[in-house]
Design a binder for this molecule. Structure first.
Ligand SMILES: Cc1cc2nc3c(=O)[nH]c(=O)nc-3n(C[C@H](O)[C@H](O)[C@H](O)COP(=O)(O)OP(=O)(O)OC[C@H]3O[C@@H](n4cnc5c(N)ncnc54)[C@H](O)[C@@H]3O)c2cc1C
Length: 501
């Protein structure tokens, strides 16, 4: 049995800890914050609850392989109801709207009705989404049986096309501006079209919904499961350095002045911070290749949360539109994504709800936000400016909100940097562009025999499933290492057989 020390109590760390305990090892998770979950979190502002993570949780279809993983981790299960919204998002362009409903036939009909001139491209898009639903177990095993040679051929060609394109390239093939915006504004116009089609396929297969209760309760269920399995979770425990000796990590130093030893160490935090700050060495080539790849990019976001009259809500679910260039420049974001929480009656007092606004920003803007925080006055002013401008934009778009909405909170890339420690405050890993399938980076660190990474940074685009899978993979790799070491010892101990004459 090995003693594992896991740095970071987000989804990667909790998953590593749970699978380590299940494999018969003993795990301690050290988390610098007072709550487990990392980015999978939420917080209270007065009478309102701000849920700041799950927009969609891949693996909510009970027959998908990912569902089993979430069940294993105590995150989902028979007793956890799933909220299945009617649409994942609604895109608006000059007063017209288009929604990604959960029934793809309905989406296809809406697209055809909106723009008959785009019929050919709409049919191609539909073939690709349906093929993804059927081919990769997204819709559950029952669906896979429907595949035949003809459907594989007709479905895989549009997939191959999408693989070679960004969402921006895909959008340019359509005539209708609303369809173009529908394809680019929700994620980005720079990412692989395949990534967007995959999100569509998951949602339309009931495999990208929300656990009732939201983000922090899901993290707490995982932490509870880890403890029930005998694991130890230390909160307010920040690692500040790792001592290395003769190719081994021999100890971890903490901000509270204590030290700990372990047989194996798992790092779940951003490698761009962990290598220089904890290990005192440059990133491994494998990680550096991801961070410096021209085809991968990082992003973060500014967010505002508003308290709002439920009855005044002018839309349901997520609502997105592209900002005119002057406004995009002032807000540092090409599009604005709104999300309302009327489905969660516990998030606000009766008759009220929370309306959140997300303004995604690129790496440079994220770094500027982090630098600005060194000047608290300027940083606060910037936050106020953004909140005021966002409110103006909301009132201009939805005059019905006048006098029925006020700002609860605003958070920025610098907030993420401060809380989760990610270098540029990114909460997913990398966005990947055209012509690239995300590769898995080996979490081992050459030259340090008993230390490895298990984190969302090992594969683009990151997110909850990748975090959970990376933790599981690291725990299994350690279990395998110890099993083969035991077998070797066993062989050495057992007397050699003398061959019979
Ligand atoms: C607004 C928002 C929306 C999102 N939407 C979705 C979504 O819809 N679907 C989806 O799949 N994903 C979504 N994500 C992404 C998802 O939350 C992350 O991919 C995932 O939580 C990453 O988990 P992690 O454990 O790898 O990293 P983190 O969550 O960053 O956890 C790392 C942990 O390590 C701790 N830590 C850092 N440094 C130290 C140290 N020195 N010592 C000890 N502890 C340390 C941090 O405090 C943190 O708790 C969203 C995230 C956000 C913020």
């Amino acid at each position: 049995m090995a003693d594992l020390l896991i740095i970071g109590g987000g989804v990667s760390g909790l998953s590593a800890g749970i699978y380590a305990q299940k494999s018969g090892h003993s795990a301690v998770i050290c988390e610098k914050l007072p709550t487990p979950g990392g980015n999978l979190t939420g917080w209270r502002r007065g009478e309102y609850w701000i849920d700041n993570c799950i927009h969609w949780l891949t693996g909510t279809n009970t027959s998908s392989p990912l569902y089993e993983l979430w069940e294993d981790l105590g995150a989902l299960g028979d007793n956890i109801p799933i909220y299945r919204p009617e649409s994942l998002y609604t895109c608006e362009y000059e007063g017209q709207t288009l929604s990604l409903f959960r029934n793809w036939n309905r989406v296809e009909c809406d697209l055809l009705e909106l723009s008959p001139a785009d019929k050919r491209e709409i049919r191609r898009l539909s073939r690709a989404v349906r093929f993804l639903q059927d081919a990769f177990g997204i819709g559950g095993p029952r669906k896979n049986r429907g595949l035949n040679v003809a459907s594989v051929l007709s479905g895989s060609l549009p997939i191959l096309r999408a693989y070679r394109m960004t969402t921006g390239d895909l959008a340019r093939r359509f005539h209708h501006p609303l369809i173009r915006s529908f394809l680019t504004s929700f994620l980005s116009d720079q990412i692989s079209a395949l990534a967007l089609l995959s999100v569509m396929a998951h949602f339309c297969s009931g495999n990208a919904d929300l656990p009732v209760g939201g983000s922090l309760p899901m993290a707490q269920r995982m932490a509870g499961h880890f403890r029930d399995l005998g694991g130890e979770l230390l909160l307010n425990k920040e690692a500040v350095g790792i001592d290395l000796e003769d190719g081994r990590a021999v100890g971890v130093r903490f901000a509270d002045g204590t030290k700990a030893r372990a047989d194996e160490i798992i790092l779940t935090i951003d490698p761009a911070v962990a290598f220089p700050n904890l290990l005192g060495m440059p990133m491994t080539k494998a990680f550096a290749k991801q961070y410096y790849s021209p085809r991968l990019s990082r992003f973060s976001a500014y967010h505002c949360a508003f308290a709002c009259d439920r009855a005044a809500l002018p839309f349901r679910g997520d609502y997105v539109w592209e900002l005119p260039p002057a406004l995009a420049f002032r807000l540092g974001s090409k599009s604005i994504l709104l999300r309302e929480f009327s489905h969660d009656l516990t998030a606000a007092p009766a008759g009220r709800t929370v309306l959140q606004v997300m303004l995604p920003c690129g790496e440079d803007a994220a770094r500027r936000s982090i630098d600005l925080r060194n000047d608290p006055f300027a940083y606060r002013r910037k936050k106020r400016e953004i909140a005021t401008l966002v409110l103006e934009v909301l009132l201009q778009k939805f005059p019905v909100l006048e006098g029925r909405i006020y700002c609860l909170d605003i958070w920025t890339p610098a907030t993420y940097r401060r809380f989760t420690g990610a270098e540029i405050g990114s909460f997913m890993s990398f966005l990947f562009g055209a012509g690239r399938l995300p590769a898995l980076v080996d979490g081992r660190v050459p030259g340090i025999e008993n230390l490895r990474f298990a984190c969302q940074w090992q594969r683009a685009p990151g997110g909850l499933p990748i975090a959970a899978e990376s933790g599981k993979a690291a725990a299994f790799a350690i279990a395998k290492k110890y099993r083969s070491a035991e077998r070797e010892q066993e062989k050495e101990r057992s007397p050699r057989r003398i061959p019979a004459r």
